[in-house]
Design a protein around this ligand. Structure first.
Ligand code: PLP
Length: 375
């Protein structure tokens, strides 16, 4: 195939061979138990608790509902300090709980919420801090947790990108009051669609379990105004199968990331993202920043050059959440409040990375970057 005709997308869901999935489907068909805390769902919760090194996992239909349940379980109201540099679901989940996002600027190295800018956003309506471990790079939990304690705020981590990320050998999912994962097809670990709420106590897990099942608790009791956010057995089966491959997939991602780093580390005007010391990363994304003044061409120029070559990079996260019409009217969304986030959003480009990406394709992507400005 002509290389230019080969489509390369920013990510590709990892799917094990179909023949490996069939026995799981057969077991579902045999039992005719397809949802409502089925056996595979129960097994996946235990296996994830063990694998991730966390106390309690409550599986959900997707990460967005998991975020909504986390906010609901903690009775969050008022103002929630969060990052504009994330996927739109982070703020939408806050609004679906009738709370208001307050955007805090980000750190220029980690792209995570800047803990030094949180305190000045706290008002008498603030109830919660909801940071995101962007690209799986851990937030500065020590500082953020200290602020949460000082002002008696809840701390919810959107850990959608942070499956199996560790800091100093400990899962970062144990941080805060609750963490939320996404198992969307584009993520390092996927159940087609899916997500989970990570809880630290049995009581919190029970609360989330009730909330995701209409508030039903036992046969005749409804204890809360819950919703339907249950994971079904086919999703859970995919999760169990994915777990067998997760370690090798993360290694494959690291090999691609290392290839990119080797090839791109000295391109003028290109900055590579680096993980903090002590982090076991999952290599879920490979973001680069393009400084037009030094590189000679803009991020959008390079994005278009790739597109012409059938290579589909993504400008995650551009536009910022704060730039979308349902948020841009908020005082905290003003560009002069978010100078770093505004700059990073205009320079960011996520390059393709997934376990099956070939070294040849990675090299081709690097050559385009090196030659891109000659177009
Ligand atoms: C940071 C972040 N939060 C939340 C979500 C929502 O997860 P889901 O797509 O599983 O609903 C995503 C991505 O999909 C995300 O990237």
């Amino acid at each position: 195939m002509n290389k230019k005709n080969k489509y390369i997308t920013v990510t590709k869901p990892f799917l094990p061979e179909l023949k490996e999935f069939i026995p799981y489907l057969e077991s579902i068909w045999d039992k005719k138990w397809v949802t409502n805390n089925g056996q595979l769902h129960q097994r996946l919760e235990y296996e994830l608790e063990d694998f991730l090194g966390v106390k309690y996992v409550s599986l959900c239909t997707n990460g967005t509902l998991a975020l909504m349940l986390a906010l609901k379980a903690l009775d969050i109201t008022g103002e929630v300090i969060t990052t504009p540099f994330s996927f739109i679901a982070t703020s939408h989940a806050i609004v679906w709980n009738n709370a208001t996002p307050v955007f805090c600027d980000i750190d220029e190295k980690t792209f995570n919420i800047d803990p030094d800018k949180i305190e000045k956003l706290i008002t008498d309506k603030t109830t919660t801090i909801m940071p995101v471990h962007v690209y799986g790079n851990p937030c500065d939990n020590e500082k953020i947790q200290a602020i949460a304690r000082r002002y008696d705020l809840a701390l919810i981590y959107d850990a959608a990108h942070a499956f199996q990320v560790k800091k100093d050998k400990q899962s970062i999912l144990t941080w805060g009051d609750i963490s939320v994962l996404s198992f969307h097809a584009t993520k390092v670990f996927n159940t087609f669609e899916g997500g989970a709420v990570i809880c630290h106590t049995q009581e919190m897990k029970q609360k989330v379990d009730d909330l995701k099942n209409f508030g039903i608790h036992g046969e005749t009791e409804v204890v809360t105004t819950g919703i339907n956010a249950k994971m079904n057995e086919v999703q859970a089966a995919m999760g169990l199968l994915q777990l067998k491959y997760i370690d090798s997939n993360i290694i494959k991602r690291k090999i691609i990331a290392d290839l990119y780093i080797e090839n791109l580390k000295s391109v003028p005007g290109l900055s590579l993202f680096s993980y903090l010391p002590g982090v076991d990363a999952n290599y879920s994304y490979f973001p680069v920043l393009i400084d037009e003044n030094v590189y000679g061409k803009s991020r959008d120029f390079l994005y278009e050059v790739f597109k012409e070559q059938n290579i589909f990079t993504r400008r995650y996260f551009y536009p910022l959440i704060s730039q979308f019409p349902m948020y841009s009217h908020l005082a905290s969304a003003r560009p002069d409040n978010l100078p770093i986030a505004e700059r990073i959003a205009s320079q960011i480009l996520c390059l393709p990375i997934y376990p099956e990406l070939l070294p040849d394709d990675t090299s081709r992507i690097c050559s385009i970057i090196k030659d891109g400005f000659r177009k």
